[in-house]
Write a protein that binds this ligand. Sequence first.
Ligand SMILES: Cc1ncc(COP(=O)(O)O)c(C=O)c1O
Length: 369
Amino acid sequence: MAILDQHRADLAALARRGRRRSLIPRAGADFASNDYLGLAGSGRLAESVAAALARGVPVGAGGSRLLRGNHPEHEALEAEAAVFFGCESALFFSSGFAANATAFATLPRRGDLILYDELIHASAHEGMRAGKADRASAAHNDADAFADAIGSWRAGGGKGRVWIAVESLYSMDGDRAPLDALAALADETDAFLLIDEAHATGVFGPDGRGLAAPWQGRDNVITLSTCGKALGCEGALLCGPAAITDYLVNRGRGFIFSTAPSPLMAAAVRAAIGIVRHEPERRAALAALIDHAAAAGLPATGSQIIPVIIGDDKRTMEIAGAVQAAGFDVRGIRPPTVPIGTSRLRISLTLNAGADAVTGLSALLRDLL
Ligand SMILES: Cc1ncc(COP(=O)(O)O)c(C=O)c1O
């Protein structure tokens, strides 16, 4: 058998099932990025990088944080992020995927239970698979299901700590976790609450601090703010008690055995946090666009993420293709990214595409669906 046959056969099987993916160039009005505040291409972030270069900040960190890679830019970002988010300590990772994979693999210990929302991101699954804790899913956004699962686990002899894991704003559905009820449950059951703020950071909460802001600073709350979405950069800030970030510095393999993120990126993220904090008009403009989309007839989720569920994989990709051909960059999302039978268009509202484009997209979808 030729050395590549199995991989080719697997790709062909994906194609037969309508699930083969490929990279396509970006084109058309932006309804596909997570650059919600339009910061990624902004002159402001470019200037922050140019200024950092001019003061001698290196492009590469040159090593892992525990060796030569630790740079004052990383530490300045972490100190500022802790103040901004209102947590005791923040730790900068090179991506949200790396941060989640590391945190889920490292923090819950053997004998603990990770109880996660059934729609939680792939990066959390990656960490859980590598870790030693037990794991179970709970029905999406159903706080009672979380409570019942903790009760059953305890009744079955579970003795360790429970880790409740959710996204504050779901990446493919645009709906919000019942954080009030889950935080109360975590307190009642002496559990940790891990909140992935990837899609809420910069967009929601006081000063754009995210939907978890009211619970920041508690001993049992850990949040993840990715920097590659509304902040327009790259990387992620894991926020929580100093004992947690210190534990990850000492035990988190994805942190220890990896070259530190570019110090230039740390400088850019600091600038992005400053923009989010001091320019509420960007959040207001996005909120207005969200209202406009609902008024124009797109499904209302109350957030910038709007799923149009089609169901069938092939039809989803055909409609996505037609929408793209008309000049709107909307992507079809299929399993395994979303559950089987829920293939969808994921419309992402950003300040890169204005109200007229939203109106046009809505009218086109009315014709196509
Ligand atoms: C909910 C959620 N968590 C984590 C990540 C991973 O973050 P990053 O893109 O920075 O690796 C994503 C990215 O899609 C996400 O949607």
